[in-house]
Design a protein. Structure first.
Length: 92
């Protein structure tokens, strides 16, 4: 199993539903994506990110397929204007 986790800090924190919907739209069109979870932070800590994306793939090649998939790239282009900062961790 290969994991890809991204933490997002958003520019506008008032309505995350569009952001979450875009992330969740990756399920289905990207065949190599086995599992996707989006978590919204409920902590008042200044260290916190606003959202966490957790994805799983069978292996590194499945992640590579996802990373370059045209649908994923289109979603990224829609998300970028909303993101102030992001960090990722990948492991297999």
């Amino acid at each position: 199993m290969y994991h890809h986790v991204v933490l997002f800090r958003l520019k506008e924190k008032t309505d995350t539903s569009k952001f979450v919907s875009l992330l969740e739209s990756l399920v289905g069109p990207v065949e190599s994506l086995r599992h996707l979870t989006v978590g919204q932070d409920d902590s008042p800590s200044e260290r916190s990110s606003d959202l966490c994306l957790i994805t799983q793939f069978d292996d590194l090649s499945g992640y590579e397929e996802y990373r370059t998939h045209p649908f994923h790239l289109a979603v990224l282009n829609q998300l970028k204007p909303m993101v102030a900062e992001s960090r990722k961790v990948d492991w297999g």
